[in-house]
Design a protein around this ligand. Structure first.
Ligand code: SAM
Length: 284
């Protein structure tokens, strides 16, 4: 039997060998998860000896992480703003940039809250659910082309008591939404180029759905469709807001203009990169 501190040290060294960046933090998170403790509680129990059963539960998780399976799949969840979302191979793990997009929108729209919101490519449901909470009067629709992603999003909606607030639609972008209009259409679509995907970390390349990540040679295949289709589904003065690649905004501005949006705007993320793109239709 070995104490917590020694197990943490050994797991950290093993993760470092496997080139896992935050080796100590991840060792702590996996051990805390296995023991049903908060991570910081481990620090109060460094001398506690782990039982064979506890070690037996930890070992397979460590082995999976060493194969670069994402930590979130092992913990089964990811925090997204105020929500804890179930995560597994069915959908992309929500990212911090997307939290920024939601925060940006809630700040921007707080004085004139949208009555109807569409989340295109909902994945776990991260954007749809956060916006449903931020705008309690809004009717929210969440679309994905992947039945797997939609099944995970529905589970998350149930967990958070949002099943009555959010309608789920399986659709190739807006194809199944004929005649429906929204005040806000938001999307974090696939936007990586093939070249970017090729050099992505194993956690992304080997474990997350490629269909959630890549969009053709220049990463713009899906954004082109979304910009083209969304305009007819926005109410007057409606807003399309997307997360994008950081080199795509010149093209996106041209596309917005050619599709007849009244205005468009590039917005930087916290690291100063042009990460978000908004286009607005004419009021009245
Ligand atoms: C980058 S992920 C975003 C997931 C989630 N919104 C988030 O931010 O974490 C893109 C999502 O778009 C979905 N998607 C890809 N192609 C689509 C299409 N043609 N129509 C609808 N959804 C699509 C994928 O299944 C995936 O869930």
């Amino acid at each position: 039997m070995q104490p917590i501190l020694v197990i943490l040290q050994k797991t950290t060294a093993f993760f470092q060998q496997k080139e896992i960046a935050d080796a100590r933090l991840e060792a702590e998170l996996l051990l805390a998860h296995t023991l049903g403790l908060k991570r910081l509680d481990l620090y109060l129990q460094f001398e506690r000896l782990l039982s064979d059963a506890e070690l037996g539960a930890l070992r397979p998780l460590v082995a999976r992480r060493a194969k670069r399976e994402p930590l979130q799949f092992l913990l089964g969840e990811q925090d997204f703003l105020d929500l804890k979302l179930k995560c597994d191979r069915r959908a992309l793990i929500p990212r911090p940039e997307t939290e920024e997009l939601v925060t940006l929108l809630t700040e921007r729209l707080t004085k004139s809250p949208p009555g109807s919101i569409l989340d295109l490519g909902t994945g776990t449901g991260a954007i749809a659910f956060s916006l449903a909470k931020a705008f309690p009067e809004a009717a929210v629709t969440a679309v994905d082309a992947s039945p797997d992603a939609l099944s995970l999003a529905r589970e998350n909606a149930d967990t958070h008591g949002l099943a009555e607030r959010v309608s789920f639609v399986e659709s190739n972008w807006l194809a199944a939404l004929a005649g429906q209009r929204f005040d806000l259409i938001v999307s974090n679509p696939p936007y990586l180029t093939e070249a970017e995907w090729e050099v992505a970390q194993p956690e992304v390349k080997d474990w997350e759905p490629k269909s959630a990540l890549t969009a053709g040679a220049d990463g713009l295949d899906d954004l082109r469709v979304i910009l083209a289709e969304a305009k007819a589904h926005l109410n007057p003065g409606g807003l399309l807001a997307c997360e994008t690649g950081i080199t795509q905004h010149d093209t996106l501005r041209d596309l917005a203009e050619s599709h007849g949006y009244e205005s468009s705007e590039s917005i930087e993320d916290m690291s100063g990169k042009a990460r978000f793109f908004q286009a607005q239709t004419r009021s009245v």
